[in-house]
Write a protein that binds this ligand. Structure first.
Ligand code: PGA
Length: 224
């Protein structure tokens, strides 16, 4: 089981150190923390497994505001989230840039959590399967690449997918790609165990509930 905490644009270095000071996840669960860029070093120093939230596909160059996978590796970061729906919605991320970023991160020797999932409109239009097929198709098969199924309508809304909806989507994704598949979208301490009990759910990508050490630890323990 893999439980990843996506902190989004929350927690500078000071808050990161405070969070991790007493953070003791169970040994038999793989736990990954994904802080903002400025807090990566503080998280690495605390001794946890750290992923970034994005990485550029070039090694270096004139790309103002971007960070490369090689730079992340130099810092002791072990991987990156790629293609989060907030990147796709607000920052023009496309299936093609997701592919470029994922390949570059793998080439740098790091791990990838590649995010995908349908919007509410796509689900209502009966297009979920088509969307997932299209998004999965660009992802390389690699032992260090994990997929996170995150229905966009469930992210930050408190409206989680039902365990059956999650299981159905995960089974489809696994029929298309050999990766482990995490579920993401309003995972909380009170729904984590049921979601994680589904046969094709291999872990969780947790946003809001990863910001508080007590609730994030409760989810980590629910994964045992
Ligand atoms: P949420 O976010 O748990 O707050 O819904 C999940 C994510 O965006 O990865």
């Amino acid at each position: 089981m893999l439980i990843a905490g996506n902190w989004k644009m929350f927690k500078g270095p000071h808050e990161t150190r405070a969070f991790l000071a007493g953070f003791r996840p169970p040994d038999d669960v793989d736990v990954v923390i994904c802080p903002p860029y400025v807090s990566l070093a503080a998280a690495v120093d605390a001794g946890v497994t750290v992923y970034a939230q994005n990485a550029h596909w070039e090694r270096d160059g004139a790309y103002t505001g971007e960070v490369s996978a090689a730079m992340l590796a130099e810092l002791g970061v072990r991987g990156s989230i790629i293609g989060h729906s907030e990147r796709r919605q607000h920052f023009c991320e496309t299936d093609e840039t997701v592919r470029l970023r994922a390949e570059a991160v793998l080439d740098a020797g790091l791990g990838v959590i590649a995010c995908l999932g349908e919007t509410e409109g796509e689900r209502e239009a009966g297009a979920t399967e088509e969307v997932l097929r299209r998004q999965v198709a660009v992802l390389p098969e690699h032992e260090r690449l994990v997929i996170a199924y995150e229905p966009v309508w469930a992210i930050g809304t408190g409206r989680t997918a039902s365990p059956q909806q999650a299981q159905e989507a995960h089974a489809l994704i696994k029929s298309l790609h050999a990766a482990q598949v995490l579920y993401g979208g309003s995972v909380k301490p009170d729904n984590a165990a049921e979601l994680l009990a589904q046969p094709d759910v291999d872990g969780a990508l947790v946003g809001g509930a990863s910001l508080d050490p007590t609730s994030f630890l409760a989810i980590c323990f629910a994964a045992r």
